[in-house]
Design a protein around this ligand. Structure first.
Ligand code: 1YM
Length: 638
């Protein structure tokens, strides 16, 4: 039987863990589903560290039916010997002493770690129970904790195994007294699991969900690491050179790895990471790489006389057009800055990243003159377009200054000026636009009828997009500006509502609009301002009652709910254009009756890939995207 005696040092340990329970937010940010997921990543991080040290090849994460989590790795196993400082086993030390983690291991290049990097003891403090099993040197050991980290079974031997079988298994159940939810989101965990596989090449990560009737499982292993990440992000886009440029290097203990590929598109997808953590707001590693990219391209273009003496230098904007890039930095002591800690602050990294990138990229250009030429040409065209776009943008600005309310007679604005109560309907077709204008609440509802199809901005560069009148009107109507001038606080409407028919054409227009939002107005989508109106498909009349329903399913449900003797009349609704003002108001616009679907973009990287895929000629995938990204929300106005 394991020994269970408390002494003074145990009490100190418990006080440490108690502090975590008192203020979980300090350690894991939040106690919602994000915090719940955070626990998983804290344990996985320890396994990733073991992989980075070169000892672990496979990490398995399992969500069990009782909402406990198991993480298994095949690394060396957490050391079992008595720790000289604590007098208890190292395993127990790691799980009970706050801020233990790698400090107890000695040596070792610890680089992974969550936002707060506080490790296993925090997970233990916030769990109802934890079990740790270690296989090491032919023996199997186990220890158990309950009730926020109280040791119930000290580390003891429970069996034997092959000497070459090693690893750590941790199972924990988050404490329901701490967390608001115990429901993990499989897709969120999956996105991060895949990302970790991209960022740690040759490491297999397997995610299993045992909760449903049927077990779900996804397993990821990428031999090419971040090169395969670039390939994944460029799916559906057309690369302008075959080979993905991949370079890495180390300086002063800082390791930098970059993969990149240009495509025929006009927007960039640059994602950077430090110790596997996404640095949303960039930082010194990204700055160093961008600076070197601009310099090396300019040098190469000048040296080869592609960029003539009289020509202006290419800018950072020019060289990132159509660029998909992953920057991954491993740093022994990263300083994360900013409100969301999404920016690397270490100033020495700028120069290191610059050097490493410049070396590798310059070599690539030298050794691949054909690719170099294609890339330089692309950036030169971007520079020309930048100049043209500047002119076009000035045009948009001037026009709005002159005529701020009624843009070329198209936008029918609302009277109210407080954006928090205003809405704009982007309406498919002039005829539906006409009914919408008559049927609207003119205080708060603005109408912008759209003629025909919106220009596909995925396929057009900024200057061309800006020369399109429809798009210019939308930009001016929103009031936020675009590009460098974008300012969300200037948005003139709280809701932007796409009102299109429930048919394939309507769905096509919605995707084109979404693409426009995604490319030019991403923060508007992120802030939850974009909606799709849902015009009904059927109208059921019985007696004096008129009921509109959205689809066949709702129709059948409603009919089944009627008294079997009701003599009823059912009509398939006409397109938006055929509804009169009253019908349109009644079914689609009245804030008390309508149903809106909110458009969300949860995972930018995945959405970006999806957007590119959508731009093919197939309508099928486009529709599917709309369905997947439009979270059904009933009567959002209540
Ligand atoms: C499922 C979670 O924690 N794996 C894991 C953790 C450690 C080691 C191996 C390890 C590290 C070192 C030496 C070292 C940890 N050890 C410690 C400490 N998986 C999981 N696998 N030997 C084994 O860093 O030198 C902390 S984590 F502190 F004990 F060394």
């Amino acid at each position: 039987m394991a020994e269970n005696k408390y002494d003074a040092s145990d009490i100190q340990v418990l006080e440490g863990l108690e502090a975590v329970r008192k203020r979980p937010g300090m350690y894991i940010g939040t106690t919602d589903v994000k915090g719940l997921h955070h626990l998983v990543w804290e344990i996985v991080d320890n396994a990733i560290d073991e992989a980075l040290a070169g000892f672990c090849k496979h990490i398995e994460i399992t969500i069990h039916k009782d909402n406990s989590i198991t993480v298994v790795d095949d690394g060396r196993g957490i050391p079992v010997a008595v720790h000289p400082k604590t007098g208890i086993s190292t395993v127990e030390t790691v799980y009970t002493v706050l801020h233990a983690g790698g400090k107890f291991g000695g040596g070792g290049y610890k680089v992974s770690g969550g936002l707060h990097g506080v490790g296993a003891s925090v997970v233990n403090a916030l769990s109802s129970w934890v079990e740790v099993t270690v296989k090491r040197e032919g023996k199997i050991y186990e220890c158990k904790f309950e009730n926020g980290g109280k040791t119930t079974q000290k580390l003891h031997e429970i069996g034997v195994c092959d000497t070459d079988t090693t690893g750590t298994t941790v199972t924990f159940k988050p404490d329901p007294d701490i967390f608001d939810t115990d429901i993990y989101d499989y897709d969120t965990l999956k996105v991060r699991t895949r990302e970790l596989a991209f960022l740690n090449k040759d490491l297999r990560l397997t995610l299993t969900d045992e909760r449903g009737e049927e077990q779900k499982q996804d397993s990821f292993l990428y031999e090419g690491g971040i090169s395969e990440y670039v390939k994944y992000l460029n799916k559906g886009k057309t690369p302008i050179h075959d080979e993905i440029i991949h370079l890495d290097g180390e300086e002063a203990g800082v390791f930098l790895e970059v993969a990149m590929q240009y495509n025929t598109g006009y927007t960039d997808s640059i994602f950077s990471f430090v110790n596997n953590i996404n640095t949303h707001d960039g930082g010194t590693h990204e700055e160093g790489v961008r600076r070197a990219l601009t310099r090396i391209i300019n040098n190469y273009a000048r040296k080869n006389n592609i960029l003539k003496e009289k020509d202006e230098a290419l800018t950072g904007e020019d060289v990132k057009e159509g660029l998909t890039m992953i920057v991954s930095c491993k740093h022994p002591n990263p300083q994360f800055e900013g409100q969301t800690k999404g920016r690397l602050g270490n100033s020495e990294v700028r120069k290191i990243a610059d050097n490493v990138f410049a070396d590798g990229f310059e070599r690539f250009l030298m050794e691949n003159p054909e690719e170099a030429r294609v890339i330089i040409d692309k950036t030169m065209t971007a520079a020309r377009a930048r100049v043209a776009a500047k002119r076009a943008r000035e045009l948009t600005r001037r026009k709005s200054d002159l005529d701020p309310i009624n843009f070329g007679g198209k936008l029918v604005d609302c009277k109210e000026k407080d954006p928090s109560v205003c809405e704009i309907f982007l309406v498919e077709g002039d005829s539906a636009g006409g009914s919408a204008i008559k049927g609207r609440d003119s205080m708060t509802q603005a109408i912008l009828p759209l003629k025909g199809k919106i220009l596909n901005v995925e396929k057009a560069r900024l200057d061309k997009a800006l020369s399109n009148e429809e798009i210019r009107t939308i930009i001016t109507a929103f009031g936020t500006g675009i590009g460098d001038e974008f300012d969300l606080s200037k948005l003139r409407y709280d809701k932007i509502i796409m009102m299109t028919d429930a048919d394939v054409d309507g769905s096509h227009i919605r995707v084109l609009l979404l693409t426009l939002f995604y490319r030019f107005f991403r923060p508007i989508v992120e802030a939850g301002h974009v909606y799709a109106a849902q015009p009904p498909l059927f109208c059921i009349k019985h007696g004096k009652t008129i009921k509109y329903v959205l689809n066949e399913e709702e129709r059948d449900e409603y009919l089944a709910s009627l008294n079997p003797n009701t003599k009823y009349d059912i009509a398939r609704m006409k397109g938006l254009g055929e509804m009169d003002a009253e019908e349109l108001n009644e079914t689609t616009m009245d804030i008390n009756k309508r149903i809106l679907r909110k458009i969300t973009v949860d995972d930018l990287a995945t959405a970006d890939a999806a957007f590119a895929k959508l731009m093919g000629e197939d309508v099928g995938p486009r529709r599917q995207f709309i369905e997947e990204n439009a979270v059904y929300a009933e009567n959002l106005d209540f």
